[in-house]
Design a binder for this molecule. Sequence first.
Ligand code: 2BA
Length: 109
Amino acid sequence: MKLVVAIVQNQDSRRLADEFTEKGVRATKLSSTGGFLRAGNTTFLMGVEDKKVNETLDLIKENCSTRTQTMMSPPSYDFSLESDLTYPVNVEVGGATIFVLPIDQFLQF
Ligand code: 2BA
């Protein structure tokens, strides 16, 4: 069994959760925040049988889209510069960031 941790964009999380329910993939959904953009995203935790890992990864791939987000650059702290203006920067946010980890034990009481 593997623990699949998938960080996805909030816009994709409802559809993905619906797909998991329909396909019998058990998941826990956590509200999370990206360290870089400081914007909300969604983290799914899934305990998945080894033979269903690829199917689960395919489901995530099919239901999550890459998008471009615009953020304001941090102001410069170089006081020798005349301008401390911030400016918009485009950042591409991936469809999903996924970690697959081995599970030592899976217990339910
Ligand atoms: P954020 O940390 O908010 O990052 C959003 C996007 O900003 C990233 O998209 C990447 O394109 C860009 N980015 C992140 N850190 C950067 C940096 N130091 N310099 C320049 N650009 C940077 P993704 O790579 O698709 O990541 C989407 C979200 O997945 C991340 O949101 C974070 O919540 C999570 N994530 C990505 N890689 C991770 C990792 N190695 N460990 C833990 N969480 C990760």
